[in-house]
Write a protein that binds this ligand. Structure first.
Ligand code: ADP
Ligand code: MG
Length: 415
């Protein structure tokens, strides 16, 4: 399952550690779907069925004009800020003497004081017990390196997470990724093996098992087209991993190709729990709607929903399934408005009952003047029938109609 693209190398200096020259794995980097996102705050929008275009009016000057486009970095930062403010189970304070024990064991005081619970029972690994080999990924909030664990000789991935150790909220938010990962244990979810830091350090690395590829990188390799059997195999593993997350009360909220890791034997593992959260299936909760990369974001989040559940991850899974079968992303919107428009065109616009019942914050500005008919079966008529049936379920406009990962696993399309 090798990827020919990964053999070429692009030299790039690591901005954070000028002493090290590192190689960037070219297949890892791909401009993601959220590259350009515009906000609804200053815009009044409606979808014009005649011209097939979103109509945008600037609130201040009333002019209809070009959408304000923003950089992914700004957007992702904002999403993380929103995610920070949502109600999450608070990390309970650990007793003072345990904090003392953690610091004696080598943990930095800033981490133990704010997130002692997430490091409970662990000992930090020292940075000099790893040899960095390559830089393999870079995001807004992390740099990821391939490294050798000098104690075991194993190849691992080190994710250096960015945060401000002087700001408790920032530490607490970063700690949530660790807390979520420690709650999960499944062959289709990346395993957190440990943490690298020291008493005097203000940085932190997450240690993971190393995976050779990510799905976005592989799919972007020229000439790579997955067979039907491969697509089914990846889908099954993705659904198994998701089912585990959902059963353990975790929503991923950023399912997309670059967060699905693959090894050379075709094993798939869900990674990047940086936007994940805990949820209670039977309780109302206030979560942020500013999650999930734009192309994979479900309509209810674009409409501002704050009480949502597993349906958000199932929608993204539907987008991935169709992308793998079609060989390209199915709804590459450049803005939130355009994204919603693409969704309505493909999946139909919500029923009158939905608009009335859901009371979503942005419903009045986004409601199209004329309803759109659902076009999934027609658009993807060349897909295998069983895959199309599952896709039709996963891309349901009503989140409740998407079912669950465990129900999808029983679908006919899977072996
Ligand atoms: P970010 O929050 O910055 O997106 P990710 O956890 O998604 O961080 O990691 C960024 C990229 O690094 C991934 O898209 C993937 O290409 C690579 N990567 C992450 N974890 C691993 C791993 N365990 N093995 C190999 N590559 C990885
Ligand atoms: Mg990622």
């Amino acid at each position: 399952m090798g990827c020919p693209c990964s053999k070429q190398g692009l030299a790039e200096e690591d901005s954070e550690s000028p002493k090290e020259k590192v190689l960037v794995r070219p297949h890892v980097r791909r401009v993601s779907g959220s590259a350009r996102v515009e906000t609804t705050e200053a815009l009044i929008v409606s979808l014009d069925k005649e011209t097939d275009q979103p109509r945008v009016r600037n609130k201040q000057n009333g002019s209809i004009g070009a959408l304000a486009l923003r950089d992914e970095v700004v957007e992702k930062r904002r999403e993380r800020q929103h995610a920070r403010t949502e109600a999450n189970p608070k990390l309970s304070n650990i007793p003072r003497h345990v904090e003392g024990e953690q610091v004696a064991a080598g943990w930095p005081a800033w981490l133990s004081a704010v997130a002692g619970e997430v490091i409970k029972g662990w000992i930090p690994r020292r940075a000099d017990s790893f040899e960095k080999l390559d830089k393999i990924g870079q995001g807004t909030y992390s740099n990821v390196y391939k490294a050798r664990d000098l104690d075991s000789g194993r190849i691992v991935a080190l994710k250096k997470v960015r945060f401000d150790n002087l700001e408790p909220e920032s530490v607490r938010f970063m700690a949530r990724e660790i807390q979520v990962l420690r709650r999960l244990d499944h062959p289709n979810v990346v395993k957190l093996d440990g943490l690298v830091t020291s008493r005097m350090s203000c940085s932190l690395y997450l240690v993971f098992e190393y995976m050779e590829h990510d799905l976005a990188g592989l799919a972007a390799c020229p000439g790579i087209m997955f067979t039907e059997a491969q697509v089914k195999c990846y889908l099954q593993q993705l659904l198994r991993g998701l089912d585990h997350c959902h059963t353990r009360g975790v929503l991923h909220r950023d399912i997309k190709g670059s967060n699905l890791l693959l090894d050379n034997s075709g094993n798939l593992k869900i990674a990047d729990f940086g936007l994940a959260t805990f949820f209670h299936p039977d309780q109302k909760q206030a979560l942020t709607s500013r999650v999930v990369t734009l192309w994979y974001r479900p309509p209810e989040l674009l409409l501002g929903a704050t009480d949502y559940a597993v349906g958000v991850d199932l929608w993204s899974t539907g987008c991935i399934l169709a992308e793998l079968l079609a060989g390209k992303p199915i709804m590459p919107g450049r803005t939130e408005v355009e994204q919603l428009h693409k969704i309505f065109k493909l999946c139909g616009s919500p029923s009158e009952e939905y608009w009335k019942k859901s009371k979503l914050p942005h419903a009045t500005i986004f409601k199209p003047q004329q309803p759109y008919k659902r076009g999934i079966l027609e658009t993807f008529k060349d897909f295998p029938a069983s895959a199309l049936a599952l896709l039709d379920t996963l891309l349901a406009i009503e989140p409740g109609d998407r079912g669950t990962a465990s129900a999808a696993l029983k679908s006919e399309v899977l072996p």
